[in-house]
Design a protein around this ligand. Structure first.
Ligand code: DC
Length: 208
């Protein structure tokens, strides 16, 4: 039996942290779909055509160590507006979602386009300022030289592009549970997200 948990939201809202915690807690496979677009963005920066990169993407590509930079994030957001690139990635994501036992997928359009029938949909968000501050700390701890202003501008630019594209724009599904992490600490956000999943699993008669 499949049980899909769709977690969407803007950059640096805490989707990744919540998705990994849910995946560990319920022992479910997890796919960070942003990585798919990041691989294609990185390949585009290296001169490859985005569609060709999408059509030849392999699971090993997702393990590349150069996918977390701001340059690759911007490139990912740019290739993500292309309908043919999105279409080329759809089957892979849907097959992952259908795994026996269930799966957690996080991204921008999982609850709206990729898995509209997902048993659980969460929309994780936070103010642009809070998200930028978190991303800034993360980057500087890793040794990246940047400023808070630069990171905020990057977050706003990606929000703008991700929310206003024609194809699969970032927005909450009508039936998504919204989690605003602006004023929640990580533990509380995770605890709340897990409690939502527990309730849904009970009503779907899945043993947790
Ligand atoms: O989640 P992330 O920051 O790694 O995503 C990088 C970019 O990829 C994001 O700015 C938009 C795009 N993306 C998308 O369009 N749809 C998804 N399901 C996941 C990411």
């Amino acid at each position: 039996m499949s049980f899909t948990i769709a977690i969407d939201g803007p950059a640096a809202a805490g989707k990744g942290t919540i998705s990994r915690a849910i995946s560990t807690h319920f022992n479910l496979a997890h796919l960070d779909t942003g990585l798919l677009y990041r691989v294609i963005g990185a390949k585009m920066l290296a001169g490859e055509a985005p569609l060709a990169a999408a059509q030849t993407l392999t699971a090993t590509d997702l393990e590349r160590s150069d996918l977390r930079s701001a340059g690759v994030a911007q490139a990912a957001s740019k290739v993500a507006v292309l309908p043919e690139v999105r279409a080329a990635l759809t089957d892979f994501q849907r097959a992952f979602a259908q795994r026996a036992g269930g799966a957690v997928l996080d991204g921008r359009d999982i609850g709206t386009v990729i898995c509209p029938e997902a048993e659980v949909k969460l929309f994780v968000t936070a103010s642009a300022e809070v998200r930028a501050k978190r991303r800034f700390l993360e980057l500087t701890q890793k040794g990246t030289v940047t400023t808070l202003e630069e990171v905020l501008a990057d977050v706003r630019q990606r929000d703008e592009r991700d929310m206003n594209r024609i194809e699969a724009p970032l927005k909450p599904a009508d039936d998504a549970v919204r989690i605003d992490t602006s004023e929640l600490n990580v533990e509380d956000a995770i605890r709340y997200a897990i409690s939502v999943v527990v309730e849904k699993r009970k009503s779907a008669n899945v043993l947790t």
